[in-house]
Design a protein. Structure first.
Length: 127
């Protein structure tokens, strides 16, 4: 086997807990191969450099060997080299800002427009 689907590979090397999470990340443009957005069916081969955005951090991996089957965490370094700098890992543990949204008492339920505006604000803070 010289290539495998990127969603299967990311699941196999334990970047994502489930294959459907890996597929959703690919569909959401959070996975790149050599700087180009990758669809879930894109083939990965040895030597490729993968970039995966998880929250505020951007993880980088170099494919050493390909596999379709999920493995134990101790075997992962044989298949993928982690190129992620410590500065990116630190972003995961950085304190997050707390946002307090307040509605006037007696204003009633939020309208659909209010809810959409609230979702825009929350998405902007979610990176």
């Amino acid at each position: 086997m010289d290539s495998v689907r990127i969603d299967k590979f990311l699941w196999a090397i334990r970047v994502f807990k489930t294959r459907s999470e890996a597929t959703d990340a690919c569909n959401g443009n959070k996975v790149k191969i050599a700087g180009v957005n990758a669809k879930p069916s894109k083939a990965v081969k040895a030597g490729d450099v993968l970039e995966v955005r998880k929250g505020p951090a951007l993880f980088s991996y170099r494919v050493l060997k390909v596999t379709e089957s999920r493995m134990g965490a101790q075997l992962v370094p044989e298949y993928a080299e982690d190129l992620t700098p410590e500065a990116e890992r630190a972003k995961l543990h950085a304190p997050r800002e707390t946002v307090v949204l307040q509605r006037d008492r007696g204003a009633g339920r939020p309208t659909k427009r209010d809810r959409r505006q609230l979702e825009e604000v929350m998405d902007a803070l979610d990176y």
